[in-house]
Each structure stands twice: as structure tokens, then as C-alpha cells.
Ligand binder design. Structure first.
Ligand code: ZN
Length: 65
């Protein structure tokens, strides 16, 4: 689990455009759910902020890093 998270963070950290894309696509659809993530067949991804959005904000929140 932490493994996957670290991998995603590493991936998007080297890809600023990817971060913007994630933040643009993974938005609240107005009902507290992610507009981008599948609603069915997945666990823990449909609530917004979803994992993708949270991870995309990590590099920016660490300005010292
Ligand atoms: Zn999402």
C-alpha cells in the first residue's frame, strides 16, 4: 500500500504536467465524489479527494523538498 503510494509520488514528482492533469481531472463532482475515478468495482477511490488528488498535492505542499 505504502509502496504503491510512494511509487505514484515518485512518478508524478518528475512530471509536473502530470500533476496538473491529475488536479484538473480528479475534482469533486459536487457530491463529494471524484469525477474521474470509477465509482464501481473499486474501493477507496470514489470519495473525493481521491488518492490521485491527494498524491498530486503532495509535491506542492512540500516546498522544501
Ligand atoms: Zn480521482
Amino acid at each position: 500500500m505504502t509502496h504503491t503510494l510512494a511509487m505514484i509520488v515518485a512518478l508524478i514528482r518528475d512530471n509536473p504536467a502530470g500533476i496538473d492533469k491529475l488536479l484538473t481531472e480528479h475534482v469533486d463532482d459536487g457530491t463529494g465524489q471524484c469525477r474521474r475515478c470509477p465509482l464501481a468495482g473499486q474501493r477507496g477511490f470514489k470519495s473525493w479527494p481521491c488518492l490521485h488528488h491527494i498524491v498530486a498535492t503532495l509535491p506542492r505542499s512540500r516546498k522544501d523538498g
